[in-house]
Design a protein. Structure first.
Length: 114
């Protein structure tokens, strides 16, 4: 869902408000599902696992998708926990980011062809 939200928000050649709204709202709904899951536990499964790593890889880029995490305190706590892990921090630099939004956008625009 978030991949589609990003595609319509950032890369699609024309504005399609209904698609942007649909994928934005569905991504936010899924964030709320994760927030509820994390309400009474530290990690998504019983211990730190691939479930945390794979979900964090998407959710950490929520700003690029323009999907806020405001009002989801358990999700935000979980994101902070993952970011504080040294191995997760190292993983963020593989591959190195181009460092500029315009460079990231140009790399991602290849996803939508006309």
């Amino acid at each position: 869902m978030q991949g589609q939200a990003v595609a319509f928000e950032r890369y699609f050649p024309e504005d399609v408000p209904a698609a942007r709204k649909r994928y934005h709202n569905e991504t936010r709904r899924l964030y709320a599902v994760l927030n509820n899951r994390l309400a009474d536990r530290k990690w998504l499964a019983s211990d730190f696992s691939i479930a945390d790593i794979s979900n964090w890889s998407w959710i950490r880029s929520h700003r690029w998708a323009r999907v806020p995490t405001d009002g989801l305190p358990h999700l935000e706590r979980w994101m902070d926990q993952l970011r504080a892990r040294p191995a997760c921090e190292r993983g963020l630099n593989i591959p190195p980011t181009p460092g500029r939004a315009d460079a990231v956008k140009s790399l991602g625009s290849a996803m939508t062809t006309t």
